[in-house]
Ligand binder design. Structure first.
Ligand code: BES
Ligand code: MN
Ligand code: ZN
Length: 487
């Protein structure tokens, strides 16, 4: 069976264009003469390309957009996709071309006549965009056909193709996890899937309830105590280099009913995505392991389910965190920060990391602030935040810095305990970040990404059809390359 994720490379060859029976993708600049390979295709079609290029619709295209000619005479192809591409394209243009290709992808193979165009951005976007979640259909649609890529020098392109495929596969896995319903993806089945990633060379440990109890993770356990699914913490270690690791921590609330502070019914089904931070963490670890990144990274996810029940925690309860700080539970729906508090502390105590990054679908307030375009970035370290914002921009994922300030911290002081788990409506995403910061040692560079707005989108996003986006896997992989790789 061919792996649709692994594009096949071939040398530039007009004969292959003539015989390809799927879709043929060609590129043309507006005023410049056609590149040799597109010229060859133009000759085969009796000048159809040149006519399309002279048309009004072609004149309206943005760089990277294309138009489609069905069943072109002179070719065996079912369609010819002609993409407007300036001769010195930037990354954004190449990404848009990839999206045009991915969006048009069907069950048949696409022959992308890239020739000398840079491959990384375009191929990655094409692979990212060709995604569908069919796992819950009784009659699933067939999968996408493969990409065949015609390039001037296939030998030198091979490594690029493999990297693009590794990253796209990781993002698709993250989306599959986020899209999966909570009766299918439970704390147990998620942990099993993580365990199976040992096959990639990751060292995996699953901590169960008795072990979490022994460690004193009462804040995390309190969230899960109303659920029949046992709470777990999974640790994935990729020891690709020496030295202190980067620790990446993900919120894995398999379903968030709100608990006793029950959420309203309308839209509650969306809370199957409340394990989005964990899914990005797992996707990143898979990407690093498959591309054998020369970096020391450990991924930790807290897996729980937040349910109302006779055993569930109550508003007003006070629980002791692993750190020792006493938390007053004002609202059982502010559960993600309680899970992260313990996993963040454990990550620092056990690994003495060079930096800590957490990802969480943490607050509705971040959606009010930034909508679905950008994730909220909170950090106690400007260099880390700057490097991340650059990495996110490099790969085309939206991110925006938000403040931390002792002035906000006042809002989460507790009358009877050390700290309370909500600070009321004002600045809700900031007080949530302030809560997390209580569990970060002052000397640890730390960044918190609130991904509640970007993990799942109602309309198609830059990279993805509507639904789970996989936001963050690419940006964090890029950050690891830029800041945490050795040699
Ligand atoms: N998982 C939610 C946040 C969320 C909301 C994610 C919408 C995705 C979409 C989180 O656990 C939550 O319920 N947060 C509360 C906090 C409040 C009770 C202080 C919120 O944002 O309303
Ligand atoms: Mn909640
Ligand atoms: Zn939640």
């Amino acid at each position: 069976m061919t792996d649709p994720f692994m594009p096949e490379l071939c040398a530039t060859d007009p004969d292959r264009i003539a015989k390809h029976d799927g879709r043929v993708v060609l590129f043309a600049d507006r005023d410049a003469p056609l590149a040799a390979i597109s010229k060859a295709a133009d000759d085969l079609t009796g000048g159809a390309l040149a006519r399309a290029m002279a048309s009004a619709p072609f004149a309206k295209l943005k760089p990277g957009e294309g138009l489609s000619l069905a069943f072109p005479a002179g070719l065996a192809a079912e369609a010819l996709q002609l993409i407007y591409m300036p001769s010195e394209p930037d990354a954004a243009m190449l990404r848009r071309a990839g999206l045009s290709i991915g969006k048009a992808q069907s069950t048949s193979a696409a022959l992308i006549c890239a020739d000398r165009l840079p491959l990384d951005e375009m191929l990655r976007s094409a692979l990212l965009r060709a995604y569908q979640y069919e796992a819950q259909k009784s009659d699933p649609k067939p999968g996408f056909g493969p990409y065949q890529v015609m390039v001037a020098t296939p030998e030198t392109a091979q490594a690029h193709v493999q990297e693009a495929a590794a990253l796209a596969r990781a993002v698709h896995m993250t989306r599959d996890l986020v899209n999966a319903p909570a009766n299918v993806l439970t704390t147990t089945t998620f942990a099993e899937q993580i365990q199976s990633m040992e096959a990639l060379g990751l060292k995996v440990e699953i901590l169960d309830e008795p072990e979490l109890e022994k460690l004193g993770m009462r804040a995390l356990l309190a969230v899960g105590q109303g659920s029949d699914s046992p709470s777990k913490v999974a640790v994935m270690h990729w020891p690709g280099a020496e030295g202190a690791p980067l620790a990446v921590v993900g919120k894995g609330v398999m379903f968030d009913t709100g608990g006793i502070s029950l959420k309203p019914g309308a839209g509650m089904e969306e809370m199957t995505m409340d394990m989005g931070g964990a899914a990005v963490t797992v996707g990143l670890m898979q990407a690093l392991a498959t591309r054998k990144a020369p970096a020391n990274v450990v991924g930790l996810v807290g897996l729980v389910e937040n349910m109302p029940d006779a055993r569930a925690q109550r508003p007003g309860d006070v629980v002791k965190s692993m750190k020792g700080d006493m938390i007053e539970v004002i609202n059982t729906d502010a559960e993600g920060r309680m899970v992260l508090a313990d996993v963040l502390w454990y990550a620092q105590e056990r690994f003495n990391p060079a930096a800590v990054i957490d990802l969480a679908t943490l607050t509705g307030a971040i959606i009010i602030a930034l909508g679905h375009e950008k994730a909220g970035v909170f950090a106690n370290d400007d260099a880390l935040a700057d490097d991340f914002l650059k990495a996110a921009a490099d790969v085309g994922e939206g991110a925006w810095r938000m403040p931390l300030d002792p002035g906000y911290h006042k809002l989460i002081k507790s009358r009877i305990a050390d700290i309370k788990n909500t600070g009321g409506r004002p600045a809700g995403s900031i007080t949530a970040a302030e809560f997390l910061q209580c569990f970060i040692k002052p000397e640890t560079p730390w960044m918190h990404l609130d991904i509640a707005g970007v993990a799942l989108t109602k309309s198609e996003s830059a990279h993805a059809p509507k639904g789970a986006s996989g936001w963050g896997v690419l940006a964090l992989d890029q950050l690891v390359r830029a800041r945490f790789e050795k040699g």
